[in-house]
Write a protein that binds this ligand. Structure first.
Ligand SMILES: [Zn+2]
Length: 375
């Protein structure tokens, strides 16, 4: 064999080798997101117990863990420049070892920024004047309902205070905080949550009144659904949050190149009432993936059919399923239905409710190992 023929032979072998390698990857590895929200209730336990839980996630072929990092106006880690550390932490700096332990088990770790624009929580707002650090420093940023209420009362959970989702200063507070999280710890992604108005009755603060009038020529007041004024109100709120996302995304990506920005988002029928046009944010690239919370079984298929029309459905939308309210068998059915419709993954709510799902997942829907499309 002369030099030239040997060179040709080597080239052919390399090409063949490439093909074999390619075939090997595509036939043996599924590209699919399988995430779980790791709630604080399962984090404040003895370390061994938490490590065992991570082992069981790895054995069931999960690909990602979304770690509860921001809630109740506090963060889980020490020495934030912006917010106090949650008082009931059981470890001084749990993220310092939890993230490496997740990665050691071949899973991705995202910071689940649970509270988003929600800035404070208390069981009963009439019993305390505390409003958390952000709202104590900037009371003018408190989101206000159409009836003047300054918080959202939930019969089961208590009272929640939100930052005004329109005000650029609210945007700055969250942007600075999220950059800190991205730079402080080696997260693979930030899982944004509650990037929205609290509900259809918000926000009627002074900033919103003034700027709605300036932008639309209308006085801000509750509008009848279906009217042209209501449509302006809907679009105006979406623009305020889109402005936030448009600035946030490049700021995070500049702070930590390569980090994924994902979002626990609302089901399609709740987007408009909360000003959360996450399908647009996905299309325009401000988020890399969305996990719409399609909890429950009533209307599940209809919701999947709606979001399957959204851009990037079959690559970057991973339905969020509620394992706390459904049987393992029903969860399997929802996973299979999502797959049939083209979804490339799912996310499960939540760590405290999936013990009974893990055995059945690992022998059925998750039997084949997977790599996250976000990896
Ligand atoms: Zn406002």
């Amino acid at each position: 064999m002369n030099c030239f023929t040997r060179w040709i032979a080597i080239c052919l072998l390399s090409v063949a080798g490439c093909c074999f390698a390619q075939t090997d990857i595509t036939t043996s590895t599924l590209i699919e997101e399988r995430g779980v929200w790791l709630n604080r209730t399962e984090m404040f336990v003895p370390k061994e117990k938490l490590l065992n839980f991570l082992d069981s996630l790895m054995a069931a072929h999960f690909t990602s863990v979304y770690i509860d990092t921001l809630f109740k106006g506090t963060v889980i880690y020490p020495e934030s420049k912006y917010l106090p550390q949650f008082e009931e932490v059981t470890e001084p700096d749990i993220l310092s070892w939890l993230i490496p332990e997740i990665k050691k088990r071949k899973m991705r770790a995202e910071a689940w920024l649970e509270y988003g624009f929600y800035a404070f929580h208390t069981k009963d707002a009439t019993q305390t004047t505390d409003r958390g650090v952000f709202l104590s420093k900037h009371p003018e940023l408190t989101a206000i309902a159409s009836d003047g209420a300054s918080y959202i009362h939930n019969i089961n959970w208590g009272d929640f205070f939100s930052l005004c989702p329109s005000n650029p200063l609210s945007h700055k507070l969250l942007t600075d905080l999220y950059i800190e999280v991205a730079q402080r710890y080696p997260f693979d992604g930030l899982n944004l949550d509650r990037i929205r108005f609290p509900n259809e009755n918000f926000c009627y603060c002074a900033y919103c009144r003034e700027n709605f009038k300036k932008d639309t020529g209308l006085e801000l007041k509750p509008f009848q659904e279906g009217t042209p004024e209501y449509q302006k109100f809907v679009l105006w709120r979406e623009e305020q949050l889109t402005a936030f996302m448009k600035n946030l995304a490049p700021a995070i990506r500049a702070a930590r190149p390569g980090i994924a920005i994902t979002m626990a988002s609302l089901p399609p029928d709740m987007k408009e009432s909360h000003g959360q046009c996450w399908d647009r944010w996905l299309k325009e690239g401000y988020i890399d993936a969305a996990m719409p919370m399609l909890y429950g079984d009533a209307g599940f298929k209809k919701r999947i059919q709606i979001i399957s029309q959204y851009p990037r459905w079959n690559e970057r939308i991973f339905p969020g399923l509620d394992s706390s309210g459904l049987s393992p068998q029903k969860i399997l059915e929802q996973i299979e239905y999502s797959r049939q419709q083209g979804a490339k993954g799912i996310a499960l709510w939540y760590s405290g409710a999936i013990d009974d799902d893990l055995p059945i997942l690992s022998t059925n829907s998750f039997a084949q190992p997977a790599v996250s499309p976000l990896k």
